[in-house]
Design a protein around this ligand. Structure first.
Ligand code: NAD
Ligand code: TYD
Length: 351
């Protein structure tokens, strides 16, 4: 049976790294990227692989059952890497229903389509659901999220992702759909949309704009370089156990304020500014509603079972990330001006 994989949300931040990895590492796999191209989806993220013979892009919505059925019939998928989601906590606070639609109804639509199309022929099939550590809620100053930590989501984003995880598990238990789930900590790296903390601050440091820190900047996140995340997904996809959940994390906790100061320090050097220059842009602003204090992942199951470890130290990963943004000003200008949304028209209507 030829391997044919549907990647959802492949034009987003993590999805584009995942798509690039699978298209280039597995030339024998048929890879179909289904993406709605919301504000977060950008085909410029995939320019280097868009002409690959094993790659097809489809513009569409994961809630569109008819489209999903047609795609399953045409491509005879053996696997699904489900990345598509509304992903920004701040947006979920202003517009929770779009998160329920895409993250809950969209995931349920994919699960239901896989169940109907694969029927009892489940040999060699896999539904891989990509999720977040935010489903576990907020930690105090100590402790880590393990795969057994009870779910306690506290934002509309994390609640919608928790619902989608529950649905994926329910389809495994009820219908024996072959499901794997991974829950990862905060990612950073190239192609990250500049409304999340790290790319926002890089963009604002370049442009001498304020660096908005919510509350006192004491909230803690566990940061992982995006290529380490997709390497873990590849490993779990091929070697992880069906029905299992794997936590993925960087063992790399930073308070927001220390993280932004590290960005400022490195960027002062790279931009030839005086030490301390960029830090002057730090501005404390009103805290996020319901702001989770701390996330930290215990990824020992993934290390012990599959031998995965993060490959990059944070200072090195941040340096690579800053260099990427400094060398890709056209990408940054396009996404901040909204111009990238014309790329689809230009790229796909010329064919
Ligand atoms: P992103 O917002 O950058 O990309 C999401 C992609 O999904 C976009 O290309 C968007 O166009 C697409 N999309 C949105 N709604 C869609 C719909 N209805 N139909 C089809 N496509 C749709 O997100 P990301 O940061 O790359 O996150 C990807 C996945 O990884 C999400 O499931 C997220 O919950 C999870 N995750 C993210 C992080 C992180 O730090 N970014 C950490 C852990 C887990
Ligand atoms: P974000 O990148 O939105 O990821 P998440 O909320 O999923 O962890 O935010 C990372 C942290 O940075 C989080 O604690 C909120 C904080 N933050 C700011 O202080 N200022 C900002 O402008 C943004 C976007 C985030």
């Amino acid at each position: 049976m030829a391997t044919s994989i549907l990647i959802t949300g492949g034009a987003g931040f993590i999805g584009s790294h995942l798509t690039r990895l699978f298209v280039t590492k597995y030339p024998d796999y048929n890879i179909v990227n289904l993406d709605k191209l919301t504000y977060a989806g950008n085909l410029e993220n995939l320019k280097d692989v868009e002409d690959s013979p094993n790659y097809t892009f489809v513009k569409g919505d994961i809630t569109d059952l008819q489209l999903l059925k047609e795609l399953f019939e045409t491509h005879r998928f053996t696997g699904i890497l489900h990345c598509a989601a509304e992903s920004h906590v701040d947006r979920s606070i202003t517009d929770p229903l779009s998160f329920v639609t895409t993250n809950v109804v969209g995931t349920a639509s994919l699960l239901q389509t896989a169940k109907e199309c694969w029927k009892n022929d489940l040999e060699g099939k896999l539904f891989y659901h990509i999720s977040t550590d935010e489903v576990y809620g907020s930690l105090g100053e100590t402790g880590y999220f393990t795969e057994e930590t009870p779910y306690d989501p506290r934002s509309p984003y994390s609640a919608s992702k928790a619902s989608s995880d529950h649905l994926a598990r329910a389809f495994f238990h009820t219908y024996h759909l072959p499901v794997k789930i991974s829950n990862c900590s905060n990612n950073y790296g190239p192609f990250h949309f500049p409304e999340k903390l790290i790319p926002l601050c890089i963009h604002n440091i370049i442009n001498n704009k304020p660096l908005p820190i919510y509350g006192k900047g004491e909230n803690i996140r566990d940061w992982l370089y995006v290529e380490d995340h997709v390497r873990a997904i590849d490993l779990i996809y091929h070697e992880g156990k069906i029905g299992e959940t794997y936590n993925i994390g960087g063992h790399n906790e930073w308070t927001n304020i220390d993280l932004v100061k590290e960005l400022c320090r490195q960027m002062d050097t790279k931009l030839g500014r005086e030490a301390g220059e960029s830090e002057k842009q730090i501005t404390y602003v009103k805290d996020r509603a319901g702001h989770d204090l701390r996330y930290a992942i215990d990824a020992s199951k993934l290390k012990d079972e599959l031998g995965w470890l993060p490959s990059l130290q944070f200072e090195e990963g941040i340096s690579k990330t800053i260099d990427w943004y400094l060398n890709n000003t056209e990408w940054l200008n396009h996404v901040t001006s909204g111009n990238y949304q014309h790329y689809y028209e230009q790229q796909y209507h010329k064919r």
